[in-house]
Design a binder for this molecule. Structure first.
Ligand SMILES: [Cu+2]
Length: 127
């Protein structure tokens, strides 16, 4: 029993050591303006017919909220070079909220099916 607890504690310590970026945790204000590798988000906004942020970084398998700040309806839909979209919010009515599940890691082009000029990019990272 003792060994199991010790192993769990050690395992958690190792995981925390791998996953964390110490400089980012110590200095969140400066890293917020870093130009590369945006922090993963769980919410994408649509305002004035623009996806924000874009590119948006999200974590694979997570539910991602899509808030529509416009009065017009929108969708946030995967736009693959071929084949079926990997994700799609369906129609999100004006001032409403939709969601989709982030797919497997990769870079995805996104579009609003109702306004094809609305384009963006989704960067899906693992954990
Ligand atoms: Cu739209």
């Amino acid at each position: 029993m003792r060994h199991a607890i010790l192993a769990a504690v050690l395992g958690a310590t190792v995981l925390a050591g791998c996953g964390g970026d110490d400089t980012a945790q110590q200095n969140p204000k400066t890293t917020a303006t870093a130009p590369s590798a945006p922090a993963p988000t769980s919410t994408i906004r649509i305002t004035d017919f623009v996806f924000d942020p874009s590119p948006a970084a999200v974590r694979a398998g997570r539910p991602i909220a899509v808030t529509n700040g416009d009065s017009a309806p929108h969708t946030l839909t995967d736009q693959p070079a071929s084949g079926e979209p990997a994700f799609d919010t369906g129609t999100v009515r004006g001032r409403q909220k939709g969601s989709f599940t982030a797919p497997r890691p990769g870079t995805y082009k996104i579009v609003c099916e109702l306004h094809p000029f609305m384009k963006g990019e989704l960067e899906v990272v693992s954990y």
